[in-house]
Every structure is written in C-alpha cells, then in structure tokens.
Design a protein around this ligand. Structure first.
Ligand code: NAP
Length: 285
C-alpha cells in the first residue's frame, strides 16, 4: 500500500516558513505584497482568487485584489498591469487565467514585469527554467518537487514520465525533473502506446485533465505517482487523473485529490512572493 503524500501537511509547513520570512521582511524592510487581477465572474476563478487572498493574509503577506468586469478591454487591463509594475510596494503580480473571450492571455503575461511574475509564466522566466537558472519556479511543478523532496523520493537517475505538455504544468515539470538528473519522457495525446512508457516510470506525473485516466495496469510496482488532475464529477466531488483506489495498491507513493498537489500550488505562490520581495530589497540596497 502506497505512502500518501500529504499536500495539506507539507503545504502547512511551507506556509509556516513563509509566515516567518514575511514577518522578518516586514520588520527589516516592508510587508511583502501580492496583487491579484481577476477579470469576469468565472466561479472557479473566484474561488482560486479568494483562496489566494486568504492564504496571503494568513501568512502576513499584503494582498491586493482587482476584480474587473468581464467586458474589460485590453488597454484597460494592460494599464492596470503597468500601474502595478510601476508600484514599488507591489512585489508580485498575478492575473488569474483563463481570461474572458476577447482578451489575450499572451499579451497580459508579456506585460507583467518578469521580476514580479510570481506565476513564472513570462518567457523570461520560462527561459530561465530551461537553463536551470531559476528566477521564480512555476508553482504547480515546484510544489510537486517540494513533495518529492520532503518524502525523500530522489529523482537522480530515475525514469520520470510526465503525461501532459501544457506550458503551466507538463513542460516545466519535465524541466525540473531533468534539472535534478531524472531521465524524462513527456507523453501527450499523440503518444503511441502510452502504457509502454508509463509502466517504465519510477516517477509518474499525470497532468491530463481526465478523471481516473491512469489505471493500475499502467503503473510500475513501487512507483511514485503524482496526480495533478482536478476534475469536477457530476456529483460535485473532485477526482484526479489517477484511479487512486487501484493505483495505491501498487505504487510506493501517491498524492490524493484533493489534498495532494493542489494545496502545494498556493504554498509555492506565497514562496515566490517572498522571493520577489527579497529581490526588491536586494535591488534597493
Ligand atoms: P491541458 O493544458 O489541458 O493539458 C492536458 C495535456 O494532457 C495535454 O498535453 C494533452 O496532450 C494531454 N492529453 C490529453 N489526452 C491525453 C491522452 N489520451 N493521452 C495522453 N495525453 C493526453 O491541462 P493542464 O493545464 O496541464 O492541466 C492538467 C490537469 O491538471 C487539469 O485537470 C487541471 O485542472 C489540473 N491542474 C491542477 C493544478 C493544481 O494545482 N493541482 C494546477 C494546474 C492544473 P496534447 O498536448 O497532445 O493535447
């Protein structure tokens, strides 16, 4: 039976560290500050933004929220980003995605000052991930690395398989595993014989967005299985990309959904905000 990788417990530990750092920065420099922009009324996005706000408050990070109407135009959105870029008391800027139709996510990402890009979506930061010279770590993959580290799962020399190649999860995940000397394969919807790859994985990361997509016959005995998926089922419950009940009989480590990767993502966002504040302080010295 697999050891459960408890994202709630690990994220609580990370948040405690963040709170200590935020208190020290507030005393020695100024209070760290994260600005979050939400455009429109997508209920899931509203929940994410509310959770980020609560998490900031609980850790002593100042949280600014900008809720713009769904019919906001691009110049208005970009003007707000510019204002926040120029505000020396704002350390991190995040625009909650997806944006309503008609607004360009790419343009907004490009407009955010890379030094304040705590989501690590700007090409400057994604490029730095490629070269292993990290500025900000992308929150979800960084949260997964934190879980692996805290549970003593070593990456070096291991076969790592990532299912999914999105810019926010799959690709940066693969780079972080590679940077720790894993032997990494990235699989996607065009991969032939997916199970052939996954059965060879010592570390398997599923970021597909399909409930219970990874079944026990696709998993190697003793693997560490990381489930990134968040799928809302017809009964309202959340379900991951992994068939948890069956796979936990075979894997050595497994993350639950909810309570695995999800809580780590916000914790790493808070960590990135602290990094941004420290960098500001260094620059001002
Ligand atoms: P995405 O952009 O939709 O990417 C999904 C990936 O899965 C794509 O690369 C796609 O391949 C691949 N895929 C789809 N069907 C497949 C199949 N039959 N076989 C192999 N690969 C297949 O999704 P995402 O943004 O990466 O998110 C993935 C999941 O993670 C979603 O459930 C999302 O809600 C969740 N998520 C969770 C967190 C968290 O904090 N826990 C954060 C972000 C995302 P192609 O590229 O070929 O289409």
């Amino acid at each position: 039976m697999a050891i459960l990788m408890d994202g709630k417990a690990v994220s609580a530990a990370v948040r405690e560290e963040v709170a200590r750092e935020a208190a020290a920065l507030t005393e020695q420099y100024r209070q760290p500050c994260l600005a979050v922009i939400l455009v429109g009324d997508d209920p899931a996005s509203e929940v994410y933004v509310r959770n980020k706000h609560k998490a900031c408050e609980a850790c002593g990070i100042r949280s600014l929220q900008y809720h713009l109407p769904a019919d906001t135009d691009m110049p208005t959105l970009l003007a707000l980003v510019q204002k926040l870029n120029n505000d020396p008391t704002v350390d991190g800027i995040l625009c909650q995605l997806p944006l309503p139709q008609g607004l360009s996510e790419k343009e907004v990402i490009l407009a955010i000052d890379p030094k304040k890009d705590v989501d690590a979506f700007h090409p400057v930061n994604t490029g730095r991930i490629m070269s292993g010279d990290y500025g900000f770590l992308p929150c979800t993959p960084a949260g997964i690395m934190e879980l692996l580290h805290r549970y003593g799962v070593t990456v070096k020399g291991k076969n790592c398989v990532v299912i999914g190649r999105s810019n926010i999860v799959g690709k940066p995940m693969a780079m972080l595993l590679l940077n720790e000397s894993g032997t990494v394969s990235i699989c996607h919807s065009k991969t032939e014989d997916l199970a052939f790859h996954t059965r060879n994985a010592d570390i398997l990361v599923a970021a597909v967005g399909k409930p219970r997509f990874v079944t026990a016959d696709m998993v190697k005995d003793g693997a560490a299985v990381i489930d990134v998926g968040i799928n809302r089922m017809p009964n309202g419950k959340l379900c991951g990309d992994v068939d948890f009940e069956a796979v936990q009989q075979k894997a050595a480590y497994i993350t639950p959904v909810p309570g695995g990767v999800g809580p780590m993502t916000i914790a790493m966002l808070l960590k990135n905000t602290i990094t941004a504040t420290r960098n500001h302080w260094e620059e001002e010295k």
